[in-house]
Design a binder for this molecule. Structure first.
Ligand SMILES: C[S@@+](CC[C@H](N)C(=O)[O-])C[C@H]1O[C@@H](n2cnc3c(N)ncnc32)[C@H](O)[C@@H]1O
Length: 415
């Protein structure tokens, strides 16, 4: 597993079975299902993610905050005074307090998904602190480190993904990325009124924090997101099922970024979530909304998934494959004859150059040839060669990455 250093982090993880988050009703994911099945690997993966979330503050303070304060302390008197006069020490101390606030948010997020024994972190009397201590002692006795830099990267990128999917600040990025996908989908089914689209089933593999799948449902379709990373699943469950007010939570996603910052206020700025209330879906029972937890191929190549979906929408997903042919076969299997596949993204092959992992990388043109050879029909008039999009960008940073993503609309031919 690795994280690319080009602004888009690789979200990997595990997950198994079907987990339904249904139209805001309290059908909650049961992440303990895996534990009950004594699936050791799955249990470990789940525990590692919980540990990553819960150890965030300690790890970040030790590696990011106290070290910086120490570095200033080690300066000569003259240099230290100069640094002090700028307010840099105050800035770092402020960052320390915001990391603590992020931790309070992450505790709530974990609590929302671990139905087992975790006491309520919002209740000082609940014994959460002791529980947490016991959890890390248990890990230590099993010879495990509390967490690692790899998992910390994932926590940091999940905080940024909240901005992409569920904050007002992410609106522009969503308009760039989800906008063209939603427009193409609505175009495709323009002959059906939104109130009557509930029977049209749309699948969103690699759904991340779920906003695209949610927006599809808001347009009247029955929509299902699929995701296999526990990091993402915890976060999407929290926002989809556990928020009841607009801007209910405040996070500080950029507090860890000390480079390419223009102003202190940019680094410590709060971001409120959610910008919409996911519980309030407009089309009642006619449009169903659900999330499945588990590997896309495992779930959707099952016999009962054959010819089930009217549309598949993929966003920054196809390049997560080790072997994209297996994704294409799964999509073909799950799509009804005549169903449409709408794709947007770059080709940052996630397993490219990952030690010990197999990976097959294609150019965009090779990939398109492959899509056609598998049997999909591509609508040339709807092919877009280059759409400028960002991914979890910090728009106030001096460093910005832009993908020149491509987009197409493809169809599985009618028999
Ligand atoms: C780059 S992220 C894109 C997330 C979202 N579509 C967006 O645009 O914000 C890719 C997502 O696919 C998920 N993913 C990767 N491989 C998967 C698989 N085989 N099955 C299910 N989800 C997968 C990752 O966990 C990650 O959340």
């Amino acid at each position: 597993m690795h994280t690319h250093n080009n602004g888009r982090s690789l979200c990997q993880g595990h997950g198994d079975g079907h987990t339904h988050v249904h139209n805001g009703a309290d059908v909650e994911p049961d992440f303990t299902e895996a534990v009950d099945r004594q699936d050791k690997e799955e249990t470990n993966a789940l525990e590692d993610v919980i540990a990553g979330y819960l150890f965030y503050k300690t790890y970040t303070l030790n590696t990011g905050i106290y070290r910086r304060l120490q570095n200033i302390d080690d300066l000569s008197d003259r240099h230290r005074e100069l640094v002090s006069s700028l307010g840099t020490i105050d800035k770092i101390k402020k960052a320390e307090s915001l990391v603590r606030e992020n931790q309070s948010f992450l505790n709530l997020l974990v609590h929302a998904s671990t139905v087992n024994s975790m006491p309520d972190p919002a209740d000082k009397e609940s014994g959460f602190k002791e529980w947490s201590k016991g959890f890390f002692e248990f890990r230590k006795s099993a010879g495990k480190a509390p967490t690692s830099s790899h998992y910390m990267e994932k926590v940091h990128s999940t905080l940024k993904q909240f901005v992409r999917d569920w904050a007002e600040e992410g609106r522009e990025e969503r308009e760039q990325t989800y906008g063209p996908l939603l427009a193409a989908l609505e175009d495709e089914f323009a002959h059906i009124e939104p109130e009557s689209r509930g029977s049209v089933r749309v699948l969103v593999p690699g759904a991340g924090l779920g906003r695209l799948a949610y927006e599809i449902c808001c347009r009247g379709f029955s929509s299902q997101g699929n995701e296999f990373s526990y990091f993402m699943l915890f976060a999407s469950n929290f926002v989809l099922n556990k928020t009841s007010e607009l801007n209910e939570h405040t996070i500080y996603p950029y507090v860890h970024q000390f480079s390419n910052v223009v102003r202190v206020e940019d680094q410590i700025r709060p971001v409120a979530i959610p910008d919409v209330l996911p519980r309030g879906l407009p089309f009642g029972d006619s449009a169903e909304f659900s999330m499945t937890a588990g590997d896309f191929i495992d779930i959707y190549s099952a016999d009962d998934e054959k010819d089930q979906w009217d549309a598949i929408v993929t966003c920054f997903f196809m390049d997560t494959a080790k072997n994209v042919l297996a994704y294409l076969d799964t999509m073909w299997h799950a799509m009804k004859p005549g169903a449409v596949w709408i794709n947007l993204g770059p080709l940052l092959w996630h397993f490219d150059n990952v030690a010990g992992e197999s990976s097959i990388e294609f150019t965009r043109n090779e990939f398109i040839d492959l899509v056609k050879k598998v049997g999909f029909e591509l609508d040339d008039s709807q092919f877009k060669e280059s759409i400028s999009v960002s991914y979890t960008a910090n728009y106030r940073s001096m460093l910005q990455y832009t993908y020149h993503a491509f987009m197409f609309v493809a169809r599985k031919p009618k028999d």
